[in-house]
Design a protein around this ligand. Sequence first.
Ligand code: NAD
Ligand code: HSE
Ligand code: NA
Length: 435
Amino acid sequence: MSDKRTLKVAVLGCGAVGSQVVRLLTEQSDDLTARVGVPVELVGVGVRRLDAPRDVDLPDGLLTTDVAGLVARADVDLVVEVIGGIEPARTLILSALDNGASVVTANKALLAEDGPTLFEAAEKAERDLYYEAAVAGAIPILRPLRESLAGDKVTRVLGIVNGTTNFILDKMDSSGAGFSEALEEAQELGYAEADPTADVEGFDAAAKAAILASLAFHSRVTAADVYREGISDVTAADVASARDMGSVVKLLAICELRPGPNGDQVAARVHPAMIPRTHPLASVREAFNAVFVESEAAGQLMFYGPGAGGAPTASAVLGDLVTVARNRLAGTRGMGESAYADRAVQPMGETRTRYHVAIDVDDRAGVLAAVANAFADHDVSIQTVRQEGRGADAQLVVVSHAAPDAALAATVEQLRSMDIVREVTSVMRVEGGDE
Ligand SMILES: NC(=O)c1ccc[n+]([C@@H]2O[C@H](COP(=O)([O-])OP(=O)(O)OC[C@H]3O[C@@H](n4cnc5c(N)ncnc54)[C@H](O)[C@@H]3O)[C@@H](O)[C@H]2O)c1
Ligand SMILES: N[C@@H](CCO)C(=O)O
Ligand code: NA
């Protein structure tokens, strides 16, 4: 047990999340003291510009632009990193750990790119590194995976982990709007950034998928291991086609244990997919997030809530801060990285997926057989075929059983090259049903 009389906290970055962390730290100071056991004192806030407008009133003298100097202070026990990005965040976190401070961060980009460097530094320094806010904002999901489910075997994690893209897809579903129109609305309402690339192209979700897969499967998975497709090619026709099937299109982060040649492998991917409207994830509307976990003993669990925003994200940061502070007082550490399983990452082409393919064809004898043969040529089994319209307006909608993704992609290529196929109007993976 430490004989510390106060725990000193430095916050790096005072933007959307940092300002709310600072607000909660000051407004809830008495409760935090009671919960931790000793006062938690904010001793400095590292910023880029002293005169920038902020959403929080700071006590005098706390702001500093000497962020490295703040981290180097010998009396700082806890460093909260909410600057974001790779540098200088990485160097600051490493130097905080090296100086003996414990660290709480919300930085998914850094964790997904170079998590192992940070985990090794925390291990070496014998300090905590917590990051609940990095995935799905306020939703407690990393701690449940790390702690509550530590005695179970997680087999699958399906997440809606990006609020911006969920808002856009939900708009497309409810109003019939196209992608650009829905994106514009998301930008007007402040859900999407002026440069929406990180969200709409799936980079943000892929970083979160890497973090989820690492924790769920006790292996090291980085953003580069995650197959990624965004939503900018999702059309109103795809969304309508999903609707006709009783499904909805969602951008999913999917992390699975899959059989490989030498035991189970980890498959991690982010792409738009059709899921049945009866699936719990289908009810996640607007900019909300949810993570659906399947494990051997517990069965199915869903974690739902606000995945972004200054205050919700600060809630997760403060939760970590209290835990790390308690650990520190007790002279102990929480569970660090657990990568003992060291599972290989399965290439996307080998990962079994299901496809929904809508094709404009001529309605005449032999067409259905030719389409079915294209699937058979790649050893892909068909689950359902539906025909809509007649004559020149005929459309076939084929849903496959699970097959290696590369075989499904090759089937679609072949369909596109066939004379009887006028156009492949919608191709999308299908999740959340029987394989
Ligand atoms: N905003 C959210 O909803 C949300 C949700 C989950 C996680 N996060 C993560 O939280 C972190 C912060 O996000 P944010 O939304 O608050 O971003 P933000 O851009 O609003 O804030 C970052 C702040 O850091 C400051 N900064 C930049 N470089 C700095 C430096 N060298 N020294 C000191 N300050 C510096 C910026 O001026 C800015 O005020 C990111 O890692 C982000 O991914 C954000
Ligand atoms: N930009 C993210 C929030 C931060 O992770 C989202 O839209 O969910
Ligand atoms: Na979270």
